[in-house]
Structure formats: structure tokens, C-alpha cells
Design a protein around this ligand. Structure first.
Ligand SMILES: *Cc1c(COP(=O)(O)O)cnc(C)c1O
Length: 363
């Protein structure tokens, strides 16, 4: 018997491959492959998760994430009614595609845009439209030129993973202004907290434009160091959140995760520490790699895209060499960037070890 046919589009998905966490023969590895925080979570978040685990796991969690939304609203100065929480922000990307796109619709994303986008688009049978970039940076004119009568959503990671590049506030505004009003602009700001540029804005102001066509997604997985807890959130128009609330899992964020994230967002000192650590190391590692002859794409995230002069063969050889030393970086051939590796900023010791071994590779 033939296997039961899945819905349209699903077999077009190239399954997401997470960064490796283990190397055979090593008890401990240095994992710089998944943009996880080298500082880990706020101790207050860990305590809150433990307390939640101790106080009634037989009970369903708050389906509305009320305390967490209130805490996020307070810290960011946002109306909790316009906030939705999720099991990681990736869930929101899927819900947005499911809520707004279907067979025959088009969803736009950028050439080196986050690889989750084509997955969410194929999953609903819609057509992914990949738009060329300029110097590893989203190109507003190219996105605008790609819109058609069938365009439903534009996905923009700002800053983007794996490139680390960003669009300034005025460019994002130009993008919104140039898109038809009935196209949903999804601003994925997973790395917003790391950005240290005066001309950057995550997009909350655009959500408030009154047209109900822009949403900003955020995550606790990166600077908050809570990737294992799986918590994301979005700030968007009530009309869009209503669609997402209809189709999400009722209890999509666990009690422990809600507690952890609520404590984490209230500990902005910890966030500031993580940001300062990152701002110290991104330029340090970038400069050191450039002195070894690499090209580094200027990064505004907690990672660096490093290009090898020797192309894919050299990138792959470096990856193997570093693995033989217990260091795992992220190959990005799935982004058509086989000549580069993505390097997450680690602890000071991990970063020093990376630079030592990379120098050994080139020697
Ligand atoms: C890591 C990342 C996310 C966040 O994923 P979570 O599901 O929240 O862990 C979203 N977008 C981009 C671009 C990312 O790199």
C-alpha cells in the first residue's frame, strides 16, 4: 500500500537540523553552534522554574500566560493585551503562516533569511518566494519588487541569523510603507537585545501604525539564556493575536517556562551583563579572525558569520579540525553558505580556545 499522502507542501520541507551538541569521544565539548547564551539564564529564572515544578505539576498552566504578559508589558512599556506568548518564537512563525497563508499564496523571505521561514511556508502549502540580498543584508527594494497579488506575508529577521546583519528603522519603515496594506509584515527580532546601534528599532512603533498589518516576534532563547524552556512572544495588533489564539495549543507554554520567563524578564541586569559580554567579544573575535585572513560579516547578533578564503573545502576542513579539538561550530551549507561557518559567542574561555584552535588550523 502507498503511504498516506500528507497535505500539499509538506514533502517540500527540508527538515531543520539542529546544531550538534556532542562529539564522539569527548565528555565535554565547546558548543558554539546554536546561538545559546554563554552566561546561561538569570538565577532568578532557574529558581522560579524549580518553584513552579514543586508547586503543582498536576495543574494545567495559565493558558493566557497572564503574569508573563504583564511582566513583559511592564518591562517594555507595552499593552499586555497586544502580547501573545508561545512555545519558542518558532511556534509563532508557524502560527502566522497557518493563520494567514494557504495553497496558492506567496510568502516572501530573504536569500540568507532564517531557515525556519521556508519550513513554515511549505507546511501550509504556500509558495516560498526567496528574494536576493545585497552584501548579506536584506534588500528592501528587492522585497518590494517581489510582492504580487498573491503575497500574504513578508518574513524579515532583524537582525538576521545566520548573517548578523540588520536593517535600520528607516529602512524597515520604507519596507512597510512600500508593501500593500493587506500584506502581513513579520519582524522577527530574536536578537534585538544585542543590537547597539542608534538607528535600530525592533518594530513596536510600526505595530502601532493602526493598519493592523505588522507583528514583532521576540524570544527568551537567546539573550535570556532560556532556549531549553521554549518561550517566545510577540507584540501585535489584537486582530492578529485573535487569529493566533484561535489556532495555538491552549496550554502552549508550560508552567515552569512561564515562571522562568516571568522572572527572567524582570532581571534586566542579567540581560545587560549578557549584552556587555557580547559587545566585548563580537569585535574581538571578528578582528582576530580577520587577522587570520577570514572575511567576517559585521554582526549585530550573538554570533559571527566567518567566510573562508579557501571556500567550502577550507570551511569544511576547519570544521573537522575544530571538532577534533572538541569545538562545534555551525556549518551553513544549508543556506548556500558552504564557504562560511557561523560561530556563536561563548564564554571568555571558550572564545579563547576557539581562537587558539582556529590559529592552529591556519598554521
Ligand atoms: C533563534 C531564532 C529564533 C528563536 O527561536 P525560538 O523558537 O524562540 O527558540 C527565531 N528567529 C531567529 C532568526 C532565530 O535565530
Amino acid at each position: 500500500m502507498a503511504p498516506i499522502a500528507p497535505r500539499n507542501g509538506i514533502l517540500n520541507i527540508i527538515p531543520y537540523k539542529a546544531g550538534d551538541a556532542k562529539i564522539e569521544g569527548f565528555d565535554r565539548v565547546i558548543k558554539l553552534a546554536s546561538n545559546e547564551s554563554p552566561l546561561g539564564p538569570s538565577p532568578a529564572a532557574v529558581d522560579a522554574a524549580k518553584l513552579a515544578a514543586d508547586s503543582g505539576l498536576q495543574l494545567y498552566p495559565d493558558p493566557s500566560c497572564g503574569a508573563l504578559r504583564a511582566a513583559i508589558g511592564e518591562v517594555h512599556g507595552l499593552d499586555p493585551e497586544r502580547i501573545i506568548c508561545s512555545s519558542g518564537s518558532e511556534e509563532l512563525l508557524h502560527l502566522l503562516a497557518k493563520g494567514y497563508a494557504t495553497d496558492g499564496d506567496e510568502v516572501i523571505f530573504c536569500q540568507y533569511g532564517f531557515i525556519a521561514y521556508p519550513i513554515t511556508i511549505h507546511a501550509v502549502g504556500a509558495t516560498p518566494i526567496m528574494v536576493p540580498e545585497d552584501n548579506y543584508t536584506a534588500n528592501v527594494d528587492a522585497i518590494l519588487a517581489a510582492q504580487t497579488d498573491r503575497t500574504k506575508i513578508v518574513n524579515l529577521a532583524n537582525p538576521n541569523n545566520p548573517t548578523g546583519t540588520y536593517l535600520a528603522e528607516n529602512e524597515v519603515r520604507r519596507l512597510r510603507d512600500g508593501l500593500r496594506d493587506d500584506i502581513l509584515l513579520v519582524l522577527d527580532a530574536a536578537y534585538a537585545e544585542y543590537v547597539d546601534c542608534g538607528d535600530y528599532d525592533a518594530g513596536f512603533k510600526l505595530v502601532d501604525n493602526g493598519l493592523e498589518n505588522t507583528i514583532v516576534t521576540r524570544t527568551f532563547s537567546k539573550i535570556y539564556g532560556l532556549a531549553g524552556a521554549r518561550v517566545g512572544w510577540a507584540y501585535g495588533p489584537v486582530s492578529v493575536l485573535d487569529i493566533l489564539n484561535r489556532i495555538r495549543g491552549t496550554f502552549n507554554v508550560t508552567a515552569m517556562s512561564q515562571a522562568a520567563a516571568t522572572a527572567a524578564v524582570r532581571d534586566q541586569d542579567h540581560v545587560a551583563k549578557a549584552k556587555a559580554h557580547n559587545l566585548t567579544w563580537v569585535p574581538k573575535i571578528s578582528k582576530a579572525l580577520e587577522e587570520m585572513g577570514m572575511k567576517v560579516t559585521p554582526s549585530h547578533g550573538n554570533f559571527i558569520l566567518a567566510h573562508f578564503a579557501g571556500g567550502p573545502a577550507q570551511a569544511s576542513a576547519a570544521d573537522s579540525f575544530l571538532r577534533s579539538k572538541g569545538i562545534i561550530l555551525r556549518p551553513v551549507g544549508n543556506y548556500d553558505l558552504a564557504g562560511a561557518l557561523r560561530i556563536t559567542i561563548g564564554t571568555a574561555e571558550e572564545n579563547e580556545a576557539l581562537l587558539t584552535e582556529m590559529a592552529a588550523f591556519f598554521a
